[in-house]
Design a protein around this ligand. Structure first.
Ligand SMILES: *Cc1c(COP(=O)(O)O)cnc(C)c1O
Length: 418
């Protein structure tokens, strides 16, 4: 049986009623026959049948032994960090998701957990950053927004060979955790490549419809999975039954959706490469991308995100662009049905000092696109009209006036009026 068929049929038919869709068990507690004698559930923070179906489904999807669903991607990341002890060290990808950076630096640092940020696309740099207290290696591949690729197999070997010395259980060594949000498990399964843990912002491709916030942790090892389950119950940031249902419903079409997202992204990347207003295109599916060969060797697809730098490298031009697209809606997030555009310098990466941000490639004219499920030709036409407008309106005064008007009124004034 093929993986997708197996996945779809791993979602059980409700044993009590025959319902083909997973019932939403909207309950806080479960009646017991005698103290401790129950049907497998006692209190809904500890376990809920709707959430259990989701957790088993994501474990199957990632090829892991155990999954735990959380109220957000950050809550999932938080649970992984709680495996560590004071004094432990993390090596993390330098291009890390901003929310993870904030959690590491503003929450866990004060508990004595320190993080070294390295360019993990260079596996040797990871090796050289190891210390006896390195307990966790944290990567994203592709990263946000420049889609840098890390060799999961190579970093997994480094993690496995490392001997952790500290107050934590030393027999566990050093863990590799992959934030697999951008690739999605339909394309990339880090546990099969040697990772110990996978986290997801289920808010993005797993949910796929921009209608919920959710997170998941998956482990390869069952004992490590039980530690995560313990933390899920002990800290309590669980995913509720309705959002669990929505996430199951999203995952049912994941494979189908990501194929289309990726097909559009590839066509968009090729279009952008040939547009005169565009300086540089970042997409792992392009043979010119430095991580192309590694990405091709570890994932079945290159994802639905494309980033590009405008030749006119200014905040004003980038703002003019992101307020000129019609189908690409200006918003944070990614991975939904509707295409989204964002301007990292003013949005996701705003809190990073300008010099550090630019050194990482997040220049003022960098734009990130999340290709949705609209027709590819319509998406390209939308980008073309917005880019052509930039070329046509190269008198800076026009752009500046338009931006000022958007800022002042919060409304998009059609370009023709300016
Ligand atoms: C969005 C995102 C997160 C955080 O997830 P939330 O569901 O917003 O808490 C973590 N990692 C990556 C790569 C993301 O894109």
């Amino acid at each position: 049986m093929q993986a997708t068929t197996k996945l779809i049929h791993s979602i059980p038919v409700d044993p009590h009623t025959g319902a083909i869709a997973v019932p939403i068990y909207q309950t806080s507690t479960f009646v017991q026959e005698a103290p401790g004698v129950n049907k497998g559930y006692d209190y809904a923070r500890t376990g809920n049948p709707t959430r259990s179906v989701l957790e088993n489904l994501v474990a199957e999807l990632e090829g892991g032994s155990t999954a735990a669903a959380f109220s957000s991607g950050l809550a999932a990341i938080d649970a992984v960090l709680k495996l560590l002890q004071t004094g432990d060290e993390i090596i993390a990808v330098d291009d890390i998701y901003g929310g993870a950076f904030r959690l590491f630096e503003q929450v866990y640092k004060k508990f004595g957990i320190t993080v070294r940020y390295v360019d993990t696309s260079d596996a040797a740099a990871v090796f050289h950053a190891l210390t006896p207290r390195t307990r966790l290696i944290w990567i994203e591949t592709p990263t946000n927004p420049t889609l840098k690729i890390t060799d999961i197999r190579a970093v997994a070997k480094i993690a496995k060979a490392h001997k952790y010395v500290g107050p934590g259980d030393e027999s566990h060594g050093c863990w590799l955790c992959v934030d697999n949000t951008f690739a999605s498990p339909a394309f990339q399964q880090p546990l099969a490549l040697g990772a110990d843990l996978v986290v997801h912002s289920g808010t993005k491709y797993l949910g796929g419809h921009s209608d919920l916030i959710a997170g998941v942790v998956v482990t390869a090892d069952a004992a490590l999975g039980q530690q995560i389950k313990f933390l899920q119950n002990a800290s309590g940031a669980i995913l509720g039954p309705f959002d669990s249902f929505l996430l199951i419903r999203g995952i049912e079409t994941l494979h189908l959706r990501v194929r289309q997202h990726a097909a559009s992204a590839r066509a968009i990347a090729a279009f952008l490469e040939n547009h005169p207003a565009v300086d540089k295109v970042y997409y792992p599916g392009l043979p010119t991308h430095p991580g192309h060969a590694i990405a091709a060797g570890q994932s079945k697809g290159f994802g639905g995100i494309v980033s590009f730098a405008l030749k006119a490298d200014t905040i004003e031009t980038a703002t003019a662009f992101v307020t000129s697209t019609q189908l690409f809606k200006l918003a944070e997030s990614l991975g939904g049905i509707k295409s989204l555009v964002s301007h990292p310098a003013q949005m996701t990466h705003k809190s990073i000092p300008a010099e550090k941000r630019k050194a990482a490639g997040v220049v003022d004219g960098l734009i990130r696109l999340s290709a949705g499920l609209e027709d590819t030709e319509d998406l390209i036409a939308d980008l073309r009209q917005a880019l052509d407008k930039l070329v046509a309106a190269h008198e800076p005064a026009t752009v500046t006036a338009r931006v000022a008007s958007v800022r002042a009124t919060g409304k998009l004034v059609p370009a023709e009026i300016c």
